[in-house]
Design a protein around this ligand. Structure first.
Ligand code: FMN
Length: 257
């Protein structure tokens, strides 16, 4: 079996899941490639074409942002659908891997709607409940630094997923009434998330101007000029700048999501 996994990860949780699944497949006589979607469009187009031609499964891994996919992931889906619809010669099946802090209010039906136009079946929709990055006061608890108990539970889930894949047993998780609040959350939070780039604060007394935030922002939304920082509207509010700042100088004011 060959799997290609495309992921977006703001603060490392989803990256950890995507990489662990890829490693588990590779160490079980299968092959897997794991790609961040933070690439130039040309490179991403080539990788999507390759994945569609060579993979038995294509995985999409991303965190939930306001019971929805982050904007950058939705843009990736639009690209994926247009390439897949044109290619029409793929037998690949799709897999969703969602990470979130509380409950997955997005779910299979929304995923299906997003990918409808490519006509490919979604055989797996897998949920991973991990630490909530937008509430964590200690970012050293995210990604590879998550507590051992959480990592252990996630690894067991990945093992079960690989067994299900080997047996061709589909697995759609999280269909239930809890998806209904997701509809409300999406309505209430979409605009708030979009506007929250206005709410980032940099504490000048802590900032060392190391530029980690500027260099690592996935949407290049932090600008530094004339001795001050500005957050731009392209920001996807993924929390990476907050999590990566070595001195804890970046925060959200209390209007944050
Ligand atoms: C802007 C934003 C919105 C979020 N919305 C939700 C949500 O609706 N439901 C939820 O359970 N977790 C939510 N979370 C938590 C993340 O989905 C979760 O911590 C995820 O594992 C982070 O993954 P990452 O480290 O790969 O970015 C949100 C986080 C952020 C930054």
């Amino acid at each position: 079996m060959h799997m290609s996994i495309f992921y977006f990860s703001g603060t490392g949780n989803t990256k950890w899941i995507a990489e662990k699944l890829s490693q588990t497949l590779n160490s079980n006589m299968h092959t897997a490639d794991c790609y961040t979607i933070e690439k130039q469009n040309e490179e991403l187009t080539a990788l999507i074409n390759l994945a569609l031609k060579q993979s038995d499964y294509i995985g999409f891994a991303f965190p939930l942002h306001g019971a929805d996919a982050p904007r950058v992931m939705k843009e990736f889906f639009a690209m994926f659908v247009s390439i897949a619809a044109k290619l029409r010669q793929t037998s690949a099946k799709l897999m969703f891997l969602n990470t979130f802090g509380y409950v997955n209010g997005m779910g299979y039906f929304r995923a299906k709607k997003m990918l409808k136009k490519c006509g490919m079946p979604i055989d797996y929709y897998i949920n991973f409940r991990l630490p909530n990055n937008s509430e964590s006061k200690n970012y050293k608890l995210l990604g590879n630094n998550m507590p051992e108990k959480i990592k252990g539970a996630a690894l067991s889930k990945i093992d079960r997923l690989v067994r299900a894949l080997e047996k061709g047993r589909k697995n759609i998780q999280g269909i239930g009434p809890h998806l209904l609040p997701g509809i409300v959350i999406r309505k209430l939070l979409a605009e708030k998330i979009k506007e929250s780039y206005n709410n980032f604060i940099i504490d000048a007394s802590l900032c060392t101007k190391c530029m980690m935030c500027v260099k690592n922002c996935p949407t290049q939304s932090i600008e530094y000029s004339k001795d001050s920082f500005a957050f731009k509207s392209a920001c996807d509010v993924c929390w990476r700048c907050i999590a990566m700042c070595p001195t804890g100088a970046i925060s959200m004011n209390n209007k944050s999501v």
